[in-house]
Design a protein around this ligand. Structure first.
Ligand SMILES: Cc1cc2nc3c(=O)[nH]c(=O)nc-3n(C[C@H](O)[C@H](O)[C@H](O)COP(=O)(O)OP(=O)(O)OC[C@H]3O[C@@H](n4cnc5c(N)ncnc54)[C@H](O)[C@@H]3O)c2cc1C
Ligand code: SF4
Ligand code: SF4
Ligand code: SF4
Length: 415
């Protein structure tokens, strides 16, 4: 059976204005909170109205959601870590989590490890083709767009262009590939990201497919019964109005997705191929040279949503890392690689956190791409699929053969 799809917009005039594409997402969440279907919403908000400083928030009062409407393209709040560390993984609460595909994938990887509540959590996915780091955005707006960053009120990344809207209503567009050649534009991991529509969430919401609508609207595709009842509740309680998308809208959305996937795959090849063309010793030397820049600040470990051990092997003097020694033993990055390489969701949080600018997302996504090929495993897209390396170790202890069917192993692990 095909999934239900809607073209939706808020029936609240203020939210239609403030929301990114008609405010349907905020209105659906508001309805769910008001009708007590959920206890809270985890989403992001511009701190002190600064769009370059988005922070994760837990909203429990329906009207407080108004401040969260709109898309922050130049902030990368670590909402997954926020949920896991500060909200006890959402245990014993009914929460809705709003996130980009990489955020939703990280949630699913943690759910497999029993670190985040599964049944009570509703995943509201946003389509995404990229985020820009706040520092890069500020520099780019000043140097390339010749505008004050504080005058920018909106970004759109579409058809190979970055278009910004200014407070005075003017728009300026630039070719995004040209900006990225200069080291500006989207974060490195986003340029290589090929998962734009979070089809593994309960609903996926985005602007693609709404281009011909008269009023700003969001295209919603529903993937679960939880998602379906959330949208139906918002319709029946008068929070949103919806139309059925035309076949042209559906086709356009698909075409945009395909174009962006192709762009990302080309970028992957451009970044991965030169490294894979190296001999083993050249490749090792390449990475060791990078590792030598490490100052052991633990930023990458602490930011990575997938790193979850309470008692981490990498703590100084605990195992193989001596306190006060910089750079640390190469086992520091290699241990992280072994622990999360199979489940890396290419979110780029490690690289954003690294003060020494190591190309960590390149290392992890390259390793992840190789492992994905071997195990037929795409991290964070199917809760039933066990993480292959973790699963392999457990499975190897149980069987004589090395044959692994990762699609069935999570179920075995749960027993
Ligand atoms: C970084 C980014 C890139 C996007 N790129 C695309 C795209 O290429 N194609 C496409 O079809 N759609 C894209 N979208 C989705 C689109 O911008 C809208 O979010 C969607 O259409 C819903 O619009 P709305 O008016 O119903 O949402 P609103 O009512 O405005 O609600 C938006 C919700 O998203 C949350 N949010 C805002 N910024 C972030 C963020 N950085 N991380 C996590 N949550 C956030 C808000 O807090 C709010 O809860 C992107 C969204 C983001 C955040
Ligand atoms: S990696 Fe970048 S492009 Fe991909 S979902 Fe995350 S923020 Fe969006
Ligand atoms: S290793 Fe880096 S890119 Fe991969 S999940 Fe962790 S923080 Fe994200
Ligand atoms: S964030 Fe960078 S400098 Fe800090 S520990 Fe990780 S790799 Fe080293």
């Amino acid at each position: 059976m095909s999934n239900t799809m809607y073209i939706a917009r808020s029936l609240d005039e203020k939210l239609r204005e403030k929301g990114e594409n008609g405010g349907a997402v905020t209105s659906i969440l508001k309805c769910a909170l008001k009708t007590k279907q959920i206890d809270g919403v985890i989403t992001v908000k511009a701190k002190n109205n600064d769009r370059f400083s988005g922070i994760p928030v837990l909203v429990t009062e329906p009207d407080d959601l108004d401040d969260t409407a709109g898309s922050l393209h130049c902030s990368i709040p670590n909402t997954v870590r926020f949920l896991k560390e500060y909200l006890d993984g959402g245990l014993s609460k009914k929460l809705a989590f709003v996130g980009k595909p990489c955020d939703i994938r990280a949630i699913i990887e943690l759910q497999k490890r029993y670190q985040i509540e599964t049944d009570g959590l509703i995943l509201i996915g946003l389509n995404c083709t990229g985020t820009i780091s706040p520092a890069t955005a500020r520099e780019m707006y000043q140097k390339e767009f010749k505008v004050s960053p504080n005058d920018v009120i909106r970004e759109d990344i579409d058809d190979g262009k970055l278009t910004i809207t200014l407070k005075n209503g003017k728009t300026v567009s630039k070719d995004i590939a040209a900006l990225e050649k200069k080291g500006l534009g989207r974060r490195d991991n986003c340029q290589r990201c090929e998962i734009n529509i979070p089809i593994f969430a309960d609903i996926a919401c985005g602007k693609w497919g709404t281009e011909s609508e008269e009023k700003p609207s969001t295209f919603i595709e529903v993937y679960s019964a939880k998602g379906q009842s959330l949208v139906e509740l918002a319709i029946s309680n008068g929070y949103i109005e919806t139309d059925k998308p035309s076949s042209e809208s559906i086709k356009l959305r698909q075409e945009k997705d395909t174009t962006e996937i192709d762009r990302a795959l080309a970028k992957r090849a451009e970044d991965f191929d030169p490294i894979m063309a190296m001999s083993y010793s050249e490749r090792l030397a390449f990475w060791v040279k990078e590792f030598e820049k490490c100052i052991k600040c633990y930023g990458c470990r602490d930011a990575c949503p997938i790193c979850y051990c309470e008692d981490c092997l990498l703590e100084a003097n605990r195992h193989f890392l001596e306190a006060g020694v910089i750079p640390p033993n190469a086992l520091f990055p290699l241990t992280r690689l072994a622990h999360v390489g199979d489940s890396c969701v290419n979110c780029g949080q490690c690289q954003d956190a690294c003060p020494m600018e190591l190309p960590l997302s390149l290392l992890f996504s390259l390793q992840n791409a190789r492992l994905s090929e071997v195990f037929g495993y795409t991290s964070g897209t199917d809760i039933e699929q066990g993480p292959p390396l973790n699963t392999a170790m457990v499975e190897e202890m149980q069987i004589d053969d090395v044959f692994l069917d990762v699609s069935t192993l999570t179920k075995k692990l749960k027993k």
